[in-house]
Design a protein around this ligand. Sequence first.
Ligand code: PLP
Length: 437
Amino acid sequence: MENKDLICENLSIDDNGVLNFAGVSTVELATKYGTPLFLMDEERIRYKCKTYLSAVKKYFGESSGVLYASKALSFKRIYEIMKEEGMGIDVVSQGEIFTAKRAGFPLKNAYFHSNNKTDEDIDYAIKNGVGTFVVDNEEELVVIDKIARQNGVKQKVLLRLTPGIDPHTYDAINTGKVDSKFGSAIETGQAEEITRLAVSLKGVDLKGFHCHVGSQVFDSDVYIMASTVMLNFIKDMKVKLGFITEVLDLGGGYGVRYIESQPNMDIESNIRLVSEHIKNTVKALEIEMPSIFFEPGRSIVADSGITLYTVGTVKRIKGYKNYVSVDGGMTDNPRFALYKADYTLLPAYDMNASREMTASIVGRCCESGDIIQENVKMPETIKRGDVIACLTTGAYNYSMSSNYNRIARPAVVMINDKKDYVAVKRESLEDIVNLDV
Ligand SMILES: *Cc1c(COP(=O)(O)O)cnc(C)c1O
């Protein structure tokens, strides 16, 4: 019978009842490296890259591609893996560009996003040979043109547009609407204006358009709607300006399974569905078929990661509620505090124990909002020293971690072929005061 705790294929339970991740005992790794600890399954990251790349090449051709949205999880080892897998990357800051560069990632395959690139950011990215800028607005476009010309470069750009789609996800992570802080809206005429400007500038080489409609999307309808709007705009620009679009980048956003009730997405069949729609629409509109790009972040790394914690205080407030405190919290996973994100938490130390206590799993920060998850089922006997796991933490956890309360960031340990190695060291107390003068 299927065990409903095992929401991802890289989870299993060994003969001692211990949760294994990527074939390795979580309790052994917790003992070896200490907690809190991020574990990443390198084989699964590579498998996700291969799945996306092969589907995109198969349905859209060799000139199309996949860009890993590196804000989801960014450190040197990740960029090495992306380079080896033949992925492009999205970057949003000098820090991400610098990290990718240090990892030897070819920056010509990097796409520079962000709704507010400073003059310094733009100069840094151009000097470091970042291949493509995804331009958010006219003000930015003018500065890119100027700095590109100063550097003797014709900078490749895509324009970020807002197609006006509501993907029915949380407002906080909903980015395709007309009133979004990102991009230029098609509906208001701003998209046409920025396109006219882009084709007139000598320092930029307009390749096409970008949109990103949201996150944790399980339905291809969103991409189908977005691509319809984008392809109609592309047609409009062909008719009005004679502009031929070479690249259409449809952004990221495919969902992952945080809890059992969410589906496991079939990436290949979703990309096939989108491709059929795009090919038909291109034909009907009589436009040239652009190269198509996707920018998955979460769906590459989220279920390739879990977090291990050690239980500390267990507090039972009779007639009210129970708290299980762990040795991490919002400093390594702020997503419940930010937008009540769902997570599955499991008693990794004893997966066979019956779970009769309902508890809030809380962190160690001085904030009552420092909660990992509410209404979690845990064994009545859970106690100080037990190791528990929070699943699906590979995306937007380490990358959003902080030093609030001067808590050191956890290490990130990668597992490949059942062998573990440190990809990012645990922060030390010395690291905590490193910048203090
Ligand atoms: C965040 C983001 C992505 C990645 O989104 P996921 O939900 O992690 O796949 C891709 N493109 C852009 C522009 C983004 O802002």
